[in-house]
Design a protein around this ligand. Structure first.
Ligand code: NAD
Length: 485
């Protein structure tokens, strides 16, 4: 396929590629070079009205298309993503700043898997029946909702965009989707792929723009019956305040401040390798990254010395180079936010063990937004640094003496997305896991993903779960039918 990226991106509405009706665009900036390299439609209510209209027109046919036929189309999208993985990975890296090898091995691979997973899942999706002995039988239909809205963030752009769109389409809905305005290109290319794969016009509409203008127009539109949102807790709160009084179905996947609990009896080498990965993959910009490392006191000094030595080996460099471990953070705005958080940590009394500075590279990346991977200690659980999400290459270390103290520290924030436990004592890991206030817990591993499992957070990290049947249940409306004999 020809997946060249035009300077002016376009919306995909009713099967057509069109500019924003207002003519307004935003700059698209490559964070590794700071160069403006494209323009993104800054769409508004009028574009959303057109997208919803197109989706409504397409709904009757798509919602009654046989599961087998939806499977064929979605499976073809997965294959086309795989066939065009190189072009998509390059686009992702240019938009986001992450190393190219990571875009290929993680983001684009998973985008294809999302479509393949839900293409096959819909073939096996079944509903319940409840028999009342010899009196009556109930059966439950799960029907597509109608037009649904999907809004996604910049950190795993195509990966998270497709994680929503694939189940929504598989379940027979028509979709109005908005990627992050900071990383729009792979979703623009996905529109081309979906057209080629045979998604009927109007079934999927991809509209670009910022949060307050374009995103809120999706949330407010009375024709959109459900909203699946991934992003910050702040935006999630705003979206809930609009959607709840309209009685929309709502799935919110929000921020995190994830603890890794490291006991003295862990498998040391594996723990060390995986904790480096869980702390700094994607420059720490994964909602599941560990940002608070809680370490049993007896191994604290040993851990600190070895961890810091290994973090200092993480090469910050041009995302296009194979040897780069840490690319650019996503934008100037985010760069400033992370640097301010590091400054605030110093003011709170934190000791910077390594990192803490911006990195200036030479050549094409001389103006890019790079930050040294940073490790901080000497901060208590209640300080801002340990309570608020930074979402960058910054972790803190805190010692603990008992499992109860580790739990207190782990549960001390308002968030509850993910946690990691490192210990060879399987009873202890199970006891701790049961008491952690987190929706996702990894024991002796990190980011091992089975797409069938419920995915999401508790407390301020969100409402509802994605993944597996949970996603197909979210994107369908239940109806119980009771027949008396
Ligand atoms: P963000 O909330 O600023 O934006 C996310 C998306 O929502 C973007 O498309 C944005 O344009 C849109 N948006 C913003 N305000 C909106 C509004 N008022 N109405 C409708 N749409 C709006 O988040 P971000 O900075 O793009 O992403 C980083 C955040 O996402 C972090 O907090 C991270 O933890 C979170 N995140 C969570 C998960 C998860 O699964 N829980 C996964 C990835 C990222």
């Amino acid at each position: 396929m020809n997946l060249t990226v035009p300077y002016h991106l376009e919306n995909y509405i009713g099967g057509n590629f069109i500019g924003p009706l207002s003519g307004a665009f935003l700059d698209n900036i490559n964070p590794a070079t700071a160069a403006v390299y494209g323009q993104v439609p800054n769409s508004n209510k009028k574009d959303i009205d057109a997208a919803v209209h197109a989706a409504q027109q397409a709904f009757a046919a798509w919602s009654t298309t046989a599961n087998e036929d939806r499977f064929i189309v979605l499976n073809r999208i997965a294959t086309l993503i795989e066939e065009n993985a190189d072009a998509l990975a390059l686009a992702e890296t240019n938009d986001n700043g992450k190393p190219l090898w990571l875009s290929k091995r993680m983001d684009i691979k998973r985008a294809a898997e999302n479509f393949r997973f839900f293409a096959t899942a819909i073939m096996h999706f079944a509903t319940e029946s409840h028999a009342m002995e010899d009196k009556a039988i109930n059966y439950t239909l799960r029907q597509p909702i109608g037009v649904v809205g999907c809004i996604s963030p910049w950190n795993l752009p195509l990966y998270l965009f497709t994680w929503k769109i694939a189940p929504a389409l598989a379940a027979g809905n028509c979709v109005v989707a908005k990627p992050s305005e900071v990383t729009p290109v792979t979703s623009f290319l996905l529109a081309k792929i979906c057209k080629e794969a045979g998604v009927p016009d109007g079934v999927l509409n991809i509209v670009h723009g910022d949060g307050p203008g374009c995103g809120e127009a999706i949330v407010k539109h009375p024709g959109i019956k459900a909203i699946s949102f991934t992003g910050s807790t702040r935006a999630g709160e705003r979206i809930a305040s609009i959607a709840a009084p309209m009685f929309k179905k709502l799935s919110l996947e929000l921020g995190g401040k994830n603890p890794a609990i490291i006991f003295a009896d862990c498998d040391w080498q594996k723990m060390m390798t995986e904790t480096i990965r869980s702390s700094f993959t994607n420059q720490g910009q994964i909602c599941l990254c560990s940002s608070r490392l809680l370490i049993e006191k007896t191994i604290y000094e040993k851990f600190k010395a070895e961890f810091v030595a290994q973090v200092q080996q993480l090469t910050v460099g041009d995302p296009l180079e194979e040897g780069t471990k840490q690319g650019a953070v996503v934008s100037k705005l985010h760069f400033d936010k992370v640097m301010n958080c590091i400054q605030a940590a110093k003011e709170e009394g934190g000791t910077i063990l390594c990192g803490g500075n911006a990195v200036t590279l030479s050549g094409r990346c001389a103006d890019g937004y790079f930050i040294e991977p940073t490790v901080i200690e000497n901060l208590g659980p209640q300080c801002k640094t340990n309570m608020e999400e930074i979402f960058g290459p910054v972790v803190t270390l805190q010692p603990f003496e008992t499992a109860d103290e580790a739990l207190q520290l782990a549960n001390a924030t308002g968030y509850g997305l993910a946690a990691t436990i490192w210990s060879q004592d399987i009873s202890k890991t199970n006891r701790v896991a049961a008491k952690l206030q987190s929706g996702i817990i990894w024991v002796n591993c990190w980011l091992v993903r089975d797409l069938r499992t419920p995915f999401g957070g508790m407390k301020n990290s969100g409402v509802g779960r994605e993944g597996g049947w949970e996603a197909l249940r979210f994107f369908t409306e239940q109806k119980n039918i009771c027949i008396q004999f």
